[in-house]
Design a protein around this ligand. Structure first.
Ligand SMILES: Nc1ncnc2c1ncn2[C@@H]1O[C@H](COP(=O)(O)OP(=O)(O)OP(=O)(O)O)[C@@H](O)[C@H]1O
Ligand SMILES: [Mg+2]
Length: 127
């Protein structure tokens, strides 16, 4: 699965990933990958790759940041600033857009593949 996270600086992308990791039971520190481009989290049946491409200067850096693994069946990719490597990234299954709204955030989720649509349907069934 590939999630693209869109939203201005400070829109809450990293905070959303932190919440996702907490919900998955990860209790350790969740650092923003602003300087490292990638942070990797291991779960029993998959790895979560958290990318932040904001400071990427050349899309080729994406190759070093984990490009080779993202199409493995066991990798879930969550990508902040995907537009910085447009054309190099895997197509998203789900695009999540965040917008600052007073002291909270508006969120919009859009399925971009059949798999993404199934995922969002399953999420909504739980709501
Ligand atoms: N849902 C929310 N409600 C209130 N405050 C939030 C929410 N999400 C994030 N914030 C606050 O907004 C600030 C920026 O959040 P965050 O670092 O997650 O943004 P970001 O989109 O990842 O920014 P960047 O593009 O710089 O990586 C933080 O102080 C965070 O606590
Ligand atoms: Mg961030």
């Amino acid at each position: 699965m590939t999630f693209h996270l869109e939203g201005d600086l400070g829109a809450g992308k990293t905070t959303l990933v932190r919440g996702l990791l907490r919900a998955l039971g990860y209790a350790g520190r969740v650092k923003s990958p602003t300087y490292t481009l990638t942070e990797i989290y291991e779960f029993p049946s998959f790895q979560l790759y958290h990318f932040d491409l904001y400071r990427m200067h050349d899309p080729r850096e994406w190759l070093d940041a984990g490009f080779r693994e993202v199409n493995d069946g066991s990798v879930v990719s969550v990508i902040e600033w995907p537009q910085k490597a447009a054309g190099w990234l895997p197509a998203p299954d789900v695009t999540i857009r965040l917008r600052i709204a007073d002291d909270g955030r508006d969120v919009e989720c859009e399925a971009a593949s059949p798999r993404g649509a199934r995922y969002l349907e399953a999420c909504c069934a739980d709501c």
